[in-house]
Design a protein around this ligand. Structure first.
Ligand code: ASP
Length: 441
């Protein structure tokens, strides 16, 4: 098993590098930029993203039921649930504070007046040209923070769980599976066959996942080629370079220092060893930009090499892939403050507090799909704009166009940190809910 996973890791890294080279030297052309309809993107989508997505909804359903029936006791489950939510919220708040501090300190948006003007004009043009994103962003603007939360609450209490599956909204499925799992656990002898069925179906699902995971090297080759082919390395050193640099620095501090420290303190685990054990999930997150599509790989690594209990990770990981987004929260704080700086607005401490709170909420509301954070960022911008009301200052929505072109690079990195955050939670919660081999099997 370990030989096979090492071989797979090697193949993933190799194909990523080859994809980067192919993208930079063969595909990238600043005069004729490639777009989302390019063949490399379509092939990556067909070979990797779609098969992974195909697994996600059934996997969430089966994994939560299997996990809950293993835990059984509602009071234990309550403790696990509250601790998990507290961990998620706490780490997201830390991430967002790191982001807000770094962007205020390095001020990547303070550029020469003519460079800033060019970026603003280009941003407007990119915003207008990208019709899909423009429509999503404008739709999001119509929603207030309150209605976004109401929406999340409605998703938690669905009226038709099959509809939630069809429309790929995981929260309702988690809640339903939680209820059914508890009922099956409470049913004793009467529900024993159903418990065995769901546990066995989950095991089967994980075998299916292990097969699909072998598609990762091929898929990431095409996805990396597309990313680099769209953006090109030159962007990294252009005027947006310092913005990208601040986001990456923040993600590095959070992912390589803060989360490992927490993991070590709360579980006594060697965090870097655990990071290595989670490597395939982290690489897949990096290559696919989607924590939701990565979920099957995250579960495979966590419950296999990573040594996380099924009881904890079956519940913690599906929930995390939906609500726990440390990387996204950090990124939203940096991006919003950067845009305000670029447009010449100085944010006072009070506005930074607004950024910290709303960026955390916006990250919770972001789905685990590519660019979701870019869209929910509108919530943060709207909140800061309204707290600036009366000063005559307002950031136009089209400002998001400035960072739209480089979002993919930043998204790859923040998604990796999102998945890493979920994995650390699964490891920490394993202490609260270790597996007892004799319990149900
Ligand atoms: N792509 C991220 C994820 O799937 C969400 C985001 O856009 O920040 O976790």
């Amino acid at each position: 098993m370990s030989k096979a996973t090492n071989w797979l890791t090697f193949l993933i890294v190799l194909s990523m590098l080859l994809g980067v080279l192919f993208g930079e030297f063969i595909l990238f052309d600043p005069d004729a930029p490639i777009d989302g309809a390019h063949w490399t993107k379509s092939v990556g989508d067909l070979v990797l993203i779609r098969p992974l997505k195909m697994l996600v909804m059934p996997l969430i359903f089966l994994s939560v039921i299997a996990g809950i029936t293993r835990i059984g006791d509602p009071s234990k489950l309550g403790k696990l649930g509250i601790s998990t939510l507290a961990y998620y919220l706490g780490t997201m708040l830390i991430a967002v504070v790191i982001g807000a501090t770094l962007v205020s300190y390095f001020q990547p948006g303070h550029l020469d007046a003519d460079v800033a003007m060019t970026l603003q004009q280009d941003g407007q043009a990119i915003f207008d040209a990208n019709e899909t994103k423009k429509a999503q962003i404008e739709d999001m603007q119509k929603e207030s923070l309150g209605s976004t939360w109401m929406n999340i609450l409605r998703q938690c209490i669905p009226t038709n769980v099959f509809k939630e599956m069809v429309e790929t909204r995981p929260l309702g499925i988690i809640v339903f599976a939680l209820g059914l799992g508890l009922a099956l656990a409470a049913g004793g002898q009467r529900t024993e066959p159903a418990r065995r069925f769901f546990n066995a179906a989950f095991e089967g699902m994980m075998i299916f996942v292990q097969w699909v995971i072998w598609l990762t090297p091929v898929g990431v080759f095409f996805l990396m080629a597309w990313t680099v082919g769209t953006i090109g390395f030159a962007t990294m050193v252009g005027p947006l370079g310092s913005y990208i640099g601040v986001v990456l620095l923040g993600l590095l501090i959070h992912g390589a220092v803060v989360l490992p420290l927490l993991l070590w303190l709360l579980s006594g685990t060697n965090p870097y060893r655990f990071m290595w054990q989670m490597r395939r999930a982290l690489l897949t997150a990096f290559g696919t930009d989607s924590s939701s599509a990565t979920l099957p790989v995250t579960m495979d690594c966590a419950e296999g090499e990573g040594g996380c209990s099924k009881r904890a990770s079956n519940f913690v990981l599906p929930l995390g892939s939906t609500v726990n987004m440390d990387g996204t929260a950090l990124y939203e704080a940096v991006a919003v403050v950067f845009l305000f700086q670029l447009f010449g607005f100085e944010l006072a401490f009070g506005e930074l507090v607004v950024v910290v709170i709303t960026a955390t909420l916006a990250a919770i509301g972001a789905a685990g799909i590519p660019s979701a954070g870019l869209v929910t960022m509108v919530i943060v911008i709207a909140a800061v704009n309204s707290s600036l009301q009366g000063t005559g200052q307002e950031l136009p929505l089209a400002a998001i166009g400035v960072i739209l072109g480089v979002d993919r690079i930043v998204d790859m990195c923040r998604t990796t940190v999102n998945v890493w955050g979920d994995a650390t939670a699964a490891k920490v919660m394993t202490r609260l809910a270790p597996d007892e081999p004799a319990a149900t099997d």
